[in-house]
Design a protein around this ligand. Structure first.
Ligand SMILES: [Mg+2]
Length: 216
């Protein structure tokens, strides 16, 4: 089984708070609700095909350039918010697992499922999993910046299957983005896209265990 990382296993927990604090530091008051709306707009914009096509996850520099340009929209509210967002929200080390991430990976591990992470990301995610004591739950990491290809390019899914030692036809890709993660289908994998709706901090990953058990 392959998992996407961002918004599938981990999430950025504090982006609206970063906006509020960065604006306040420049004498601008932003309400929590407005900050949440701003962040949701920026994050949704970051998932459009146009943004995905900019190669932002092929190198750390590209990542900084593309995301900072997008976040600059927030500088209309208070100059400097874009910088704060990039430095404090886009660092993978600041992301945290969903409440059901560890229980799901542990349940799959008990069932003997090989698990890999395949991510459009400019940095190694192993230390991030280690930070949360979950490095042992992932058998292989496949990062776009190392492969030289980004999702939805089938090449990165093929590389992830090779790293895991499992044939694409026997691999399920689990992600949150219909286009990016859905690209796995072109590489011959099956795909499960998580619903956008969430129950608080619970991502809904338990469905994947049900799929493995054949009870869904
Ligand atoms: Mg994602």
């Amino acid at each position: 089984m392959l998992f996407d990382w961002g918004d599938t296993l981990f999430h950025a927990p504090h982006a609206p708070a970063v906006i509020v604090a960065a604006a306040r530091a420049r004498g601008v008051t932003v309400s929590d609700d407005d900050a949440r709306r701003m962040w949701d707009e920026l994050w949704d914009a970051g998932k459009t095909p146009e943004e995905l096509a900019k190669g932002r996850d092929l190198s750390p520099q590209a990542h900084r350039d593309v995301w900072t340009a997008l976040f600059a929209r927030a500088d209309r509210v208070a100059p400097g918010v874009s910088h704060a967002l990039y430095e404090r929200v886009m660092d993978p080390a600041s992301w945290v697992p969903f409440a059901d991430t560890r229980p799901t990976l542990e349940a799959l591990r008990r069932r003997g499922v090989k698990m890999g992470v395949v991510s459009n990301v400019p940095r190694d995610l192993r230390p991030v999993f280690a930070l949360h004591g979950m490095a042992d739950l992932v058998d292989a990491f496949t990062h776009s910046f190392e492969v030289g290809a980004e999702k939805p390019d089938p090449a990165i899914f093929r590389a992830a299957c090779r790293a895991l030692g499992v044939a694409p036809a026997e691999t399920l890709m689990v992600g949150d983005h219909p286009e990016a993660d859905g690209g796995a289908a072109k590489a011959g994998l099956r795909v499960y896209i998580l619903p956008a709706e969430m129950d608080g901090d619970v991502r809904g990953l338990g469905r994947v265990v049900e799929l493995v058990e054949g009870s869904l």
